[in-house]
Design a protein around this ligand. Structure first.
Ligand SMILES: [Zn+2]
Length: 132
């Protein structure tokens, strides 16, 4: 099955890493990449400071853009795997890759799934990061 969704759009280094992993997994079709971890559900704690985002796995903050007129244009989140790295997810109608947000500010749900390449793959549902 072709992986249709690339949850990470802002880090070329990670994308190339993913390509390497994929080619190395040709013979294990259907298996989950061993380099990614599965976690118990991780609460997505909403914070207002990027330093707090970095400190807490799964924490996130909203960012705005000129186009969004003060409304959330996406989130910056801390990788749920606990590595301390952060990523950004733009909300639609931003150009792909972007995510549909349900509008819940405290317990957001995003579609499609979030793939922090090489780290974690799952869903943000009702304010909880769930491994898939
Ligand atoms: Zn991570």
């Amino acid at each position: 099955m072709v992986r249709r969704r690339q949850g990470w759009g802002a880090a070329p280094g990670l994308v190339s890493l993913a390509t390497r992993h994929r080619s190395g997994l040709m013979g294990t079709r259907g298996k989950v990449s061993v380099s990614e971890v599965k976690t118990p559900p991780v609460t997505a704690t909403r914070v207002d400071d990027i330093e707090d985002v970095k400190a807490v796995p799964g924490a996130f903050e909203y960012y705005t853009s000129r186009e969004s007129g003060g409304a959330p244009a996406g989130i910056i989140y801390s990788c749920p795997c606990g590595c301390g790295r952060s990523g950004a997810l733009a909300f639609r109608p931003a150009p792909s890759p972007s995510w549909h947000w349900d509008g819940n500010r405290d317990k957001p749900t995003l579609r499609p799934s979030v793939h922090h390449v090489g780290h974690w793959h799952g869903w943000l549902r009702n304010g909880v990061w769930e491994s898939c």
